[in-house]
Design a protein around this ligand. Sequence first.
Ligand SMILES: Nc1ncnc2c1ncn2[C@@H]1O[C@H](COP(=O)(O)OP(=O)(O)OP(=O)(O)O)[C@@H](O)[C@H]1O
Ligand SMILES: [Mg+2]
Length: 368
Amino acid sequence: MLQRIQIASLKTPSSVEMARSAVIALYITICCVAFILSKIIISVLLYKRWARRRRIVEEDFCGGKMVMFRSHTTQSLSSKAFMKKTMKLTNKDIIGSGGYGTVYRLEIDEKTVFAVKRLNKGHAERDRGFERELEAMGDIKHRNIVPLHGYYVAPQFNLLIYELMPNGSLDTLIHAGKWSEENPLDWPSRLKIALGAARGLAYLHHDCIPHIIHRDIKSSNILLDHNMEARVSDFGLATLMGPDKTHVSTLVAGTFGYLAPEIFDTGRATTKGDVYSFGVVLLELLTGKRPTDESFVEEGTKLVTWVKGVVEEKREEHAIDTSIRCFQVDEVQKVFAVAEKCLEPDPSNRPTMSGVVKMLEEIKPQEL
Ligand SMILES: Nc1ncnc2c1ncn2[C@@H]1O[C@H](COP(=O)(O)OP(=O)(O)OP(=O)(O)O)[C@@H](O)[C@H]1O
Ligand SMILES: [Mg+2]
């Protein structure tokens, strides 16, 4: 009898074993669900990427090749109509010019306006690499980056088609005083612009694959949209055009006054070099002065020595742009401190761009 009970208890699994099997079954179910979910997410991401990559290509278009990336702005646009208007651009439509070429305002209709950059022609053998880079640039979408809507490559010239930024560049806003009552350049706007530009640059440095080094961060490459939100422009152009095609007074790409000191020695562009240039832009926003201003370079004083002096002697509120009438001293001090860190002579002592974003966000967390 006892033997029979023992055999019966051996056959029925104990409650511990049952609980264990239930746990294993649960694990297996969770793993299956997670596996299926990850497959779905990957498929959605791949589809989105593919959808973004869809583009309108017109080969042999007026002797060249026209490519428009599909977007909300371009979907109703005919590339023929676009090209017709482009061919009619004259000096009257010029909105600016830089080291790589001339920028025109191109109005298709009331709602559709572009900034078309006509590039000085590079070498023919560069064109394939050029197109590959442009395809990658067309994929980059971020609220603090100027979108590239398309390009045109022809034997005589190349065109880049950007979204038009209605409030122009930070350079003109600060140095030509081109701001208005509705779009002022007061202290809160400057703080917002600094953070927006930092976010755009941090996106290029940390979130794009492969990571992108801008190489020419300066106030004229920070543009303002209709909300006065900062948008970084011309990323990748320094790489695309090569140093020999730029207007810079150095052998490396970049603009004098914004270049990190180590670049003169190494000639190598790094993300920390961009951080230095961003520090210079912060100083422009704070002081309203150009990086080449004589007060910065007086008696050979370097920018970094100048900021250190201001911070150490607590002279921040006297160094601030006189056109800023109302500001919080502690906020100004904090932005000076961020600029000081970005301008550290040793690149390894400079923060990363995501570090810069964090520091700027902490200045006015409730509003930014
Ligand atoms: N997408 C745009 N929307 C509105 N204005 C623009 C746009 N792109 C450029 N601009 C204007 O055209 C000017 C010239 O731009 P461009 O990029 O050619 O020269 P830069 O920025 O001064 O120097 P670099 O050639 O080194 O970039 C800018 O300062 C800006 O005012
Ligand atoms: Mg530019």
